[in-house]
Write a protein that binds this ligand. Structure first.
Ligand SMILES: *Cc1c(COP(=O)(O)O)cnc(C)c1O
Length: 403
């Protein structure tokens, strides 16, 4: 039995998160299923940017101290920490995900060497076929540090690739196409059992719980502009477990990561805790948008967000069941919700044409080569009726290419 529109209306009526949608300034007549690539604007993000613009005009250079612009990385890190299941001083918001990945991978390798100088841990292991910034950045690291070997292996051979020579395992929590999630806690303890440190990359922050402290994760990085709705190119975050911070050093040792940046000393000395991972001057307007966007998460529980996100993806899969039975469209994401992240992907030989037609029809998702349709399902602004309407349009476009 197919789910009716009325049933979806009823679920919206009972949804404890329904009110969150009002915080967003969504374009009319569009069902936006692409918040996993770029989250939409909130009213608070706009207000915070406007506020910073006024401060810039009125305060000029004094804004750095009077308005605490300089403290943005720590301040937003502390706000983000509960969503990551981390402590406030274990997170900073700074730079991009790719840069943070590089900084933390270097820190992990350097600290592994300092800890076990006699033992040659020279390998970094990561997964093949996942989001490519991980292997790209690690291979760059390998070009610089020629005694480091980067091994990019399939998911099936990951465990076999973890050896006594491995210093670091770098994994992406939810696969960027399939949305399949690793068991973060299990992989972390597997790595630790072999003396290997782990660095997790998460683009599903804000929709998927990470529980970094509970899982005893060493390092993590992730995006601010996806489910966190921080705006195009919003600053990213980095996490380093508190007991590892003192022994972690940043190879991108910029002046603002110095213990006393405004002393302008000749000699470098690393800043306190995670401050050392700052490189240069924070982009205040970009932080302002993220600051506004994060306000919506105050008082919300990541487990409740996860619950609704899963309910939305279950619903989409269920509503597309008749289309799936015709076989041209196939489900790429795991059917088991426990294994599925915040988005759902399907494969279709005409995926690119279908996604373009859907955009014309008011449903925005992502096409990913060679033939994937990817739909991000944010629990903050999507209604069950939106999923119902989107499923109807997807079914219509899939039928249209077959005709
Ligand atoms: C979006 C995404 C990135 C993006 O990295 P940037 O440095 O912000 O461009 C990296 N990794 C994954 C898995 C992503 O989904």
């Amino acid at each position: 039995m197919l789910v009716s529109f009325e049933h979806c209306q009823e679920r919206d009526h009972l949804d404890p998160l329904a009110g969150c949608r009002d915080a967003f300034d969504l374009p009319p007549n569009q069902i936006y299923l692409d918040g996993n690539s770029l989250g939409p604007m909130t009213h608070r993000a706009r207000a915070q940017v406007q506020q910073r613009l006024q401060e810039w005009q009125a305060d000029l250079i004094a804004g750095w101290s009077h308005r605490q612009w300089i403290d943005y990385p720590q301040r937003l890190g502390a706000k983000l920490a509960p969503l990551l299941g981390a402590k406030p001083h274990e997170v900073q918001v700074v730079d991009s995900t790719s840069l943070n990945l590089f900084k933390l991978a270097c820190a992990a390798v350097l600290s592994a060497r300092a800890r076990e100088p006699a033992r040659a841990r020279y390998r970094i292991v990561t997964e093949q076929g996942n989001f490519p910034t991980v292997p790209y950045m690690l291979e760059g690291l390998g070009r610089l540090a020629t005694d480091i070997q980067v091994d990019v292996v399939s998911r099936e051979t990951l465990c076999a690739a973890m050896t006594d020579e491995t210093a670091l395992l770098v994994l992406t929590h939810a696969h960027y196409v399939s949305g399949e999630v690793f068991d973060l806690k299990e992989m972390t303890s597997k790595a630790h059992a072999q003396g290997i440190q782990i660095l997790w990359e998460s683009h599903s922050t804000g929709v998927l719980p990470l529980n970094l402290t509970q899982a005893n994760v060493d390092f993590a990085v992730g995006c601010g502009y996806k489910y966190l709705n921080g705006g195009p190119g919003a600053p990213a975050f980095l996490y380093v477990r508190e007991d590892l911070q003192a022994a972690s050093s940043s190879v991108l040792s910029g002046w603002l990561g110095h213990r006393e940046p405004f002393a302008f000393e000749d000699a470098y000395a690393p800043g306190e805790g995670l401050d050392r991972f700052r490189c240069g001057t924070p982009p205040v307007l970009a932080y302002a948008a993220l600051e506004g966007a994060l306000e919506i998460f105050e008082g919300l529980n990541i487990d409740d967000l996860r619950k609704k996100s899963l309910a939305l993806s279950e619903l989409l899969i269920k509503l597309l069941e008749p289309a799936l039975q015709k076989r041209a469209l196939t489900l790429v994401s795991p059917r088991d919700g426990a294994l599925r992240g915040g988005h759902v992907s399907f494969a279709h030989p005409d995926a690119q044409r279908i996604m373009a037609a859907l955009a014309q029809d008011g449903v925005v998702g992502d096409y990913r080569p060679p033939h994937f349709l990817r739909f991000g399902l944010s629990p903050l602004y999507l209604r069950y009726v939106d999923i119902w309407a989107a499923a109807e349009k997807i079914t219509r476009q899939v039928d249209a290419v077959a005709a």
